[in-house]
Design a protein around this ligand. Structure first.
Ligand code: SF4
Length: 227
């Protein structure tokens, strides 16, 4: 699946950055894992957020940090008891990975701060590793989940599939759009915007980038003057 819109023009990248950062100023959700929190809880939050809506994760996360203040407490708890804590999210199989994660972090002594080591930890997928580095370590790493893939596919007008988020061109495109300095704010804007506006049933009417969106222009061709 070639992404033939890459490389993106500098003008379009600047447009997207400005619009999304401006949108985020009025729409930033203060989730508890966006505060200054210990690395262990930050990593667990990003693991729980994989394939789960943030609003659903909030009460589970708050209970989790109360029950498991550190990796040792997680490692010493049996899997059925971990399951009870994360049960509201469904996906109970994650309890086994979290238990392993606790043991690995106890053995390592700290949460690693690089992509390769993070990806070796149990339950830490590409999204969780990138989100941890960007939001909690301050590394300039693009965040690409299924929502972001859907948005870029619609905005730039290319077809997407289940494997697109691993596509090298997509990752290069995401990297080229991310600002050099305000990357953390931009990444928050991107995941918040794709969750709230460019969602599966998109809210075109209140979308700040509709004017330049390929999907929107194609769908409403002839109804508006886009120039
Ligand atoms: S106009 Fe619609 S499809 Fe395009 S980015 Fe906005 S919400 Fe998504």
């Amino acid at each position: 699946m070639p992404i033939d819109v890459y490389p993106v023009s500098q003008e379009l990248a600047v447009y997207l950055r400005k619009k999304l950062l401006a949108w985020e100023q009025n729409n930033y959700p203060a989730f508890p894992w966006r505060d200054e929190i210990p690395p262990f809880h930050a990593l667990v939050a990003e693991v729980l957020l994989q394939r789960t809506r943030a609003e659903q994760v909030v009460p589970v996360y708050l209970n989790f940090v109360r029950v498991f203040p550190n990796p040792a407490s997680l490692a010493q708890t049996n899997i059925p008891d971990i399951e009870k804590v994360i049960a509201p999210l469904g996906l109970r199989w994650r309890a086994r990975f979290l238990h392993e994660l606790g043991k690995e972090l106890v053995a390592d002594g700290s949460v690693p701060a690089n992509l390769v080591s993070l990806r070796k930890l149990s339950g830490v997928g590409p999204y969780a590793a990138s989100a941890y580095l960007s939001f909690h370590v301050g590394r300039r790493v693009p965040i690409v989940d299924s929502n972001v893939v859907r948005f870029y596919g619609r905005f730039f007008g290319f077809r997407t599939g289940p494997e697109t988020r691993r596509d090298r061109q997509l990752l290069d495109l995401a990297d080229s759009i991310m600002p050099k300095r305000a990357f953390k704010r931009f990444n928050y804007a991107l995941i918040d915007f794709t969750r709230a506006i460019c969602r599966p049933k998109p809210l075109h009417d209140i979308c700040p980038v509709a004017k330049r969106c390929a999907f929107y222009r194609e769908r409403f061709r002839g109804e508006f003057n886009f120039t």
